[in-house]
Design a protein around this ligand. Sequence first.
Ligand code: C5P
Length: 313
Amino acid sequence: MRSYSLIAPAKINLYLQIVGDRPDGFHELIMVLQSIELADRVTVRSRSVDGIRVNCDNPAVPVDQTNLAYRAAELMMREFPEIYARFGGIEIDLQKRIPMGAGLAGGSSNAAAVLVGIDLMWSLGLTQSELQDLGAKLGSDIPFCISGGTAIATGRGERLAPLTGLNDFYVVLAKYRDLPVSTPWAYQTYRKNFSNSYPKTPEEIEAKKSQSREILNAIAHHDLRQIGQHLHNDLEKVVLPEFEKVQQLRDQFARLNSVGTMMSGSGSTVFALAESRSQAEEIMSGMRSNIPDSDLDLWVTKLSQSGVHLATH
Ligand code: C5P
């Protein structure tokens, strides 16, 4: 029976700006997304019986329809019913390393890996952009998770343009284990509190969009210090006042790290950029001693140029 194991990397947001409301109920965004080496492993194989089965090494992860990986398999079965009838059901194993409710696109990346894995298993020969169109039906971050690297994402977050790669740099991630933040809550609260300040005229919208110029320029020049100075995330305005512990991570990183720190996505992960592994490890041990809380998880990982890819062993 054919089986494919894929590496499904997490992402961080170097930039997340909310431009306004969209007619579909989502928000119009400008984001800079960056893959990191912290990744889950997703294995896809055929089953001798119909239907979908998801197994996960973390019992806290739901394995039913609420899991995006499950929904990705369901979507492929719906899109390719004859091939599904020929191959039978799908079994998915998730080996989780990316925390949940973290703003690191763990669920989206798992779904992206399921799409790529089923394409291989069923020999569909879909192009990357066809896979991304399928992914966009399930979640705004899935198209990016398929291609990965460094990219500017607009629209709901699904319209992508690649940027110069930044894989030489490191990042420290900090997240309280039992502190997830709901993405819909973060966006809805932002709308409630700030929609009266959304730009309205085409000139105002252009002016807002042009604020991303500095970080894009810094990325083009591979200048980590400048990137660090122009990190931005509008969702911090709603998450930090509500979650004191996320604010505390942000403050501690700022104290320890001169390069740059920011919350990723809707949180609750906060990250700090670093020029080298040793600098990242120094920041991580600083965090450990300044916040001696056993519920705090910390990782050192590298920025990466890879989206979902086949595991080599
Ligand atoms: O697309 P995805 O399902 O990952 O989005 C999760 C939630 O985040 C949406 O249900 C919506 O509340 C919010 N969201 C948004 N605007 C975006 C992307 C996400 O309001 N562009």
